[in-house]
Design a protein. Structure first.
Length: 263
């Protein structure tokens, strides 16, 4: 399970304050907490913080890289910001993200290749998020084709089938799992699969329970990783246990500590 920590995001009030005040201690503490809890990479998003997006992003990257050499997942919709952010990363980064339109893929796939970066591509086109698995799979095929066209190694490609909140789109969790199953046979080797997990519980009351339950279900359908909150212990333990039961981890009585100790 590849865990991208979601908490270094200017949508969160503490991180927003840190960005606006250029207080490195705030974002570095958030980074430390996520790493300690098992994050394999860290999502970097300036969110709604005041100031220029470019300046904020470069400052955020610099601040985080002072305390970790984990890969950074650069999360921005601004193409120029993405380009400069990738150059500022000391380790090969992850681009988060491209939609599945040819126009976006024709920009973001070459950008990933040029910067030795991995790419997260979303099954979203100009019409938005599909309502069914079939249209998601079709978009996934477009994504894989573009990756091959530009020479992006398929193991460096993550497809995000985009989970929507269960309280407004109750059929979507099943559609996403079916998408994962079908996309797994799209190519050999197959792309990797990732979700912005917390979207499934957005505006719901029992968020941690919904997130952890769906993570287990999605892993059983072929999910490789998630952008999620690693400081949620129930969530992390659910994902680790799901992989154990699918023979992706070796059992021992202290398997959770063993898993986290290898991080």
């Amino acid at each position: 399970m590849f865990v991208i920590g979601e908490r270094i995001n200017g949508m969160f009030s503490d991180v927003k304050k840190g960005i606006e005040n250029h207080d490195k201690s705030i974002v570095q503490e958030v980074a430390h907490r996520q790493i300690k809890c098992g994050a394999d990479a860290l999502d970097i998003n300036v969110g709604t913080a005041r100031g220029k997006a470019m300046d904020n992003m470069l400052w955020l990257i610099e601040s985080v890289q002072e305390v970790t050499d984990l890969p950074l997942c650069i999360d921005t919709t601004k193409f120029d910001v993405m380009g400069e952010a990738l150059k500022a990363c000391k380790q090969p980064a992850i681009i988060n993200s491209s939609k599945s339109t040819e126009e976006e893929l024709d920009r973001y796939v070459p950008l990933a290749v040029e910067n030795n970066a991995q790419l997260i591509a979303l099954t979203i086109d100009k019409s938005g998020v599909p309502s069914n698995a079939e249209n998601r799979v079709a978009m996934g095929a477009t994504i894989v084709t573009k990756a091959m066209e530009y020479g992006l190694e398929i193991p460096d490609l993550y497809i995000d089938p985009v989970i929507l909140p269960v309280n407004v789109a109750p059929k979507q969790p099943v559609a996403v799992m079916e998408t994962l199953r079908q996309l797994a046979v799209l190519s050999d080797p197959p792309p990797k699969f990732i979700l912005g997990l917390s979207n499934v519980s957005q505006s719901c009351k029992l968020r941690s329970l919904i997130n952890s339950t769906y993570l287990v279900m999605a892993i059983s359908a072929g999910l490789d990783g998630a952008i999620m909150d690693p400081t949620d212990r129930q969530l992390m333990e659910a994902g680790i246990t799901a992989e154990l039961l699918m023979e992706k981890q070796i059992y021992c009585d202290d398997y959770i500590s063993a898993y986290l100790g290898n991080r």
